[in-house]
Ligand binder design. Sequence first.
Ligand code: SF4
Length: 457
Amino acid sequence: VLKVVENLGVSHVRSSDAYKTKLEAELRKLKFPYRALAEDDYEARRKDHISHFILRLAYCQSEDLRRWFLQQEMDLFRYRFNELTDSLMQKFLEHVNLSFEAIGEDLKNELAYELSVSTPGFSLSKVKEQMFYKVGLADAVDLFRARRVFIKDGFAYVPFKEIDVIVLNNYRTKLSKALALTARSLPSIQSDERLQPLLNHLSHSYVGPDYSIQKNTGKISLDQIDALSVKSFPLCMRQLHRALRDSHHLRHGGRMQYGLFLKGIGLTLEQALEFWKKEFIRGKVDADKFDKGYAYSIRHSYGKEGKRTDYTPYSCMKIIMSNPPSQGDYHGCPFRHSDPELLKQKLQSYKIPPSGITQILELVKGVHYQLACQKYFELTHDVDDIGFSLNHPNQYFTESQKLLSGGRELKKEFNNSGNFQQRNNSQESVNSSSTPTSSNAKADTELEGLEAYFTED
Ligand code: SF4
């Protein structure tokens, strides 16, 4: 739900009718109980409260997460509050102890002229119709700053229709404090073994298609990769590909991120071995060292060694939230991990127009990294609206290919969810120019996890 709120908040004006209509439709689709208060649905409210508090726990863990969560919760709250009837709003205000004092008719008549000239959109007759609240200045800073209220003796006189600004301010302050407090108590909460796994993964969990290899092998040939990296790779993978071509090497984090992505776009195991070997032996690694040090780990990532786990490509959240790159690394998400000035230079070198770069940098500043990536997609594919919510680098690739082929050729291979359709079980490579180089010899030791294999830099 919050992801949808984020998406719409960036692509629409929040107070517009289009925003409200789209948000309502999305909330309905997700079966979110956004009218639980209006419908007096206790069970739905209870679930909503529980999920909110679980998310508080998961999203209090870093400054980035807190900021993101606060922004989306505020937008969702604004929408829900404004959907209430006047009487429900009043009931809500009392319930949360924000029962501001409505001024009496005598005082309103006495101040009618001042209220009318100080409150935009309020004629004298409208002042008479509407209720005004006497609110302490500290609670009405935003309205005061925007010169939208009458001020007298340290109080703002706020019309009922503007009360949402006050309520939102109050909510922001409370939620922000609550998140800071929750963060402080995290160490004790994390020692609870029932909660720990949930909290560790919730903020970067991914529930979309897994883009795993069995479904989509053999549609890409190795000599297509350079061109594809420019046309259809997201920036993170384009950066990794360039770094690999330039230095003939990638460190651990880069090999993991890029290797699994390539597996997800359809490289067979044989192709992967050939691809990495060809590149590495152009650098400092000789063929023998490659076979001993790297080939096993590639087979492992394809589920052919060790525990035979079929590893899936990383989602955006995983890339953004875990294992930040350090000096000499090229993995990570450039929108999250690059210095804005370097990102700007990179985008310029990729011929992104200046206005597009400004938009992308604004989104990055607002910590909307995936939306910045969506904007990059729109600009590089010359479309106005990306038409999907980006969660995965392989989804970026799939959607790009669909778009570039006019949705025709690849329709045969991709299903609607973004995965390739199941082919028969053979691992034949239709376009592949690969020559298998892997040895079938079993490695001496059985190691537990793939990451353990990628320790060699
Ligand atoms: Fe890659 Fe996702 Fe970042 Fe885009 S948002 S660059 S796909 S990690």
